[in-house]
Write a protein that binds this ligand. Structure first.
Ligand code: A5P
Length: 225
């Protein structure tokens, strides 16, 4: 079961936390399980302070009584722990299915280490089958979508269940791209897409991952360095 693999990596990841650390909290279901584990350890006396990568993770941390700092109170994060949608053997990732990609990337860039926690279903030979989420500013957003379609991508706005536009924690939109030809060259795609004015960030995380904990279906957790 995927949930058991996610729980196993969350339980393993907290072993890397030490008193005094500033810890970045990722977003998504795996990160939420990690936040639960951090909360348990804080209740037992672990002394860390955390920064959240989304309002959802901040809420969970508050409920779990994890001491929180706001992002502008820190210049450096000792370790961020976050999930991924896809990760390849070079530790290149696609993230953002939860819509928190911009804040996740900011935290990752401030972190001495990004510890990635995934279940084995996230490991892929080639990135791209899951598509790529983009954070896009509202100003001129329809032109941005049209331009990306002209560039050869299938593009759809992320919507809420009631059909309204999904809004990120930063008040921007999410445009979900699908690649129409495979395999993709992630580095080249990143360069083309981020070049479009109005695209604030992409879900490519090509250089951020430090170590990766992979939950296996047999219950084991493997570390990839
Ligand atoms: C959130 O925006 C994402 O980057 C998540 O980290 C990613 O989608 C993994 O989510 P799950 O842990 O829910 O699979």
């Amino acid at each position: 079961m995927t949930i058991e693999m996610k729980k196993a990596v969350a339980v393993e990841a907290v072993k890397y936390l030490k008193d005094g650390m500033v810890v970045g909290l990722g977003s998504g279901t795996t990160a939420a399980l990690f936040i639960d584990q951090v909360s348990l350890l804080c209740k037992k006396g672990l002394s860390i302070r955390a920064v959240a990568s989304s309002k959802a993770s901040e809420r969970l941390a508050k409920e779990g009584k994890i001491p929180l700092l706001s992002i502008n109170e820190v210049n450096m994060i000792h370790m961020t722990v976050d999930g991924a949608d896809e990760i390849d053997s070079k530790k290149r990732m696609i993230k953002g299915k939860g819509g928190a990609l911009l804040r996740e990337k900011i935290l990752a860039s401030m972190s001495k280490e990004l510890l990635v926690i995934v279940d084995e279903t996230k490991m892929v030979d080639h990135l791209g089958a899951c598509g790529l989420s983009l954070e896009v500013v509202q100003f001129g957003c329809f032109a941005v979508k049209a331009r990306l379609e002209d560039m050869g991508y299938k593009a759809e706005w992320r919507l809420n269940p009631d059909g309204s536009f999904f809004s990120t924690d930063n008040g921007n939109l999410i445009l979900d791209l699908q690649f129409l030809t495979f395999p993709i060259d992630p580095k080249e795609e990143e360069k083309r897409i981020i070049y479009v004015p109005g695209v604030v960030e992409t879900g490519f995380f090509l250089h951020q991952a430090s170590r990766v904990l992979v939950g296996r279906s047999g219950g084991q957790v493997e570390m990839i360095v």
